[in-house]
Design a protein around this ligand. Structure first.
Ligand code: ADP
Ligand code: MG
Length: 312
C-alpha cells in the first residue's frame, strides 16, 4: 500500500500534506494547564502559577497565567483593554520586560488567559519587604527599570502604572517590568494619551498633569518612576508608602485626603520627602522626575547613563 502511494505521488507529482500539523507554541490548551498557586491579584486580574504539561509526563513548564477577574461585570464579553494588554505584551521583547508566551482560549475562541514567563521572586514590592535592599542593589534595580522603560518608550508605549507592585524580581540581580493593563500606544506625532474611563487609579503615582487633565505622556511615566524609585529607597515600607506620606504631609485642618487635596498639595510644590541615606545625585533625580513642568523632567535614556555614573 505504501509503495502504491509513493508511486501515485511520483505519477501525479502531488506532494501529500505533512500528516502532523505544525504546533503553534503560543497556543496553550486549557486541559493541560494545572493551577499550582495564586501569585497575586491586582485591579483587573488574577495571576496564578500553572504547570503546562501536554505530554503529561511531569516535564511540564512553569508559567504565570493572568486571567480577567470574573466578577460578572464584563458579562460574556471580553473587554478591549484586556485584548490590548495581550497585544502590547506580544509586541515587546526586552530583558527587563516580562516575556509573553501565549494565550489560552476558551471554546468559542475568546482569549481568556494570558500566559507569561514565571518570574520566581514575585513583585518588587513583596521582595523589598522581605529582603532589605542595599544601596547598590537599589540603584541596579532602578537602572534596570529605566532600561526597560527606555525600550517601551522607543516603541511608543506609555506604561501608566509604573510602581513597585508592577515590577517583578527574577533573581537578586534582575528585575522585569510587568502589568501592561493600563499601557497605551501613543501614535507618532502625538505627545499624550487622554484617559476617558474612570475607576481605580493609582493616584499617588500620577504626575500632577495626569491628575488635573488625564493627560498621560512619556514624561508622566518619568514621574511614576520617581515614585517607584522612592519606594525602592524606602524598602517599600508601608509606613513610608506614598499614600501614608501624603496623608502625613497634608495640612492638619484638612480632614480627608482626596483627589482635589492631592492636586492642591502638588501644585503648592509639596513632594514626597527624600528617603533616608539617599545619595545627593539620587535626590536630584527624584526632584527632577517630579518637576511640575514636564519638559524639565529627564528621559529614561538619560537616566540609564546617570545611574551608570552613580553606580561607579
Ligand atoms: P493587575 O493588573 O491585576 O494589577 P499584575 O499583572 O500587576 O495584575 O499582577 C498582580 C500580581 O501578581 C503582581 O503584583 C505580582 O505579585 C504577581 N505576578 C504578576 N505577574 C507575574 C509573573 N509573571 N510571575 C510571577 N508573579 C507575577
Ligand atoms: Mg498590577
Amino acid at each position: 500500500r505504501t509503495v502504491l502511494r509513493e508511486l501515485t505521488k511520483i505519477d501525479t507529482g502531488i506532494i501529500l500534506p505533512d500528516p502532523m500539523p505544525v504546533m503553534d507554541p503560543t497556543v496553550y490548551h486549557k486541559r493541560y494547564l494545572k493551577e499550582m498557586k495564586e501569585l497575586g491579584a491586582g485591579h483587573f486580574g488574577k495571576v496564578s502559577l500553572y504547570s503546562y504539561d501536554p505530554s503529561n509526563d511531569g516535564t511540564g513548564e512553569l508559567v504565570a497565567v493572568k486571567s480577567l477577574k470574573q466578577d460578572g461585570s464584563h458579562g460574556n464579553h471580553v473587554p478591549d483593554v484586556w485584548i490590548k494588554e495581550i497585544e502590547t505584551l506580544k509586541s515587546l521583547s526586552h530583558i527587563n520586560i516580562v516575556k509573553y508566551k501565549g494565550c489560552c482560549t476558551e471554546l468559542g475562541g475568546q482569549i481568556v488567559q494570558l500566559v507569561m514567563e514565571y518570574v520566581p521572586m514575585g513583585s518588587l514590592h513583596k521582595y523589598a519587604r522581605k529582603n532589605r535592599l542595599s544601596m547598590p542593589r537599589s540603584l541596579l534595580f532602578a537602572q534596570q527599570i529605566c532600561q526597560g522603560m527606555a525600550y517601551l518608550h522607543s516603541k511608543r508605549y506609555v506604561h501608566r502604572d509604573l510602581a513597585a507592585r508592577n515590577v517583578l524580581v527574577e533573581n537578586d540581580n534582575l528585575i522585569k517590568i510587568g502589568d501592561f493593563g493600563l499601557s497605551k500606544y501613543i501614535p507618532e506625532g502625538e505627545v499624550y494619551y487622554r484617559i476617558r474611563e474612570d475607576g481605580d487609579r493609582p493616584v499617588y503615582w500620577y504626575a500632577v498633569e495626569c491628575l488635573k487633565s488625564g493627560k498621560f505622556s512619556f514624561e508622566s511615566d518619568i514621574w511614576s518612576f520617581g515614585v517607584t524609585l522612592y519606594e525602592i529607597l524606602t524598602n517599600c515600607d508601608p509606613r513610608e508608602s506614598p499614600p501614608s506620606k501624603f496623608n502625613e504631609l497634608k495640612a492638619p485642618d484638612i480632614p480627608q485626603l482626596n483627589f482635589m487635596v492631592l492636586i492642591l498639595m502638588l501644585e503648592k510644590g509639596i513632594r514626597l520627602p527624600c528617603p533616608r541615606d539617599c545619595p545627593h545625585e539620587v535626590k536630584n533625580i527624584l526632584n527632577q522626575c517630579w518637576a511640575a513642568d514636564c519638559s524639565a523632567r529627564p528621559n529614561f535614556d538619560s537616566l540609564v547613563h546617570r545611574f551608570d555614573t552613580i553606580r561607579k
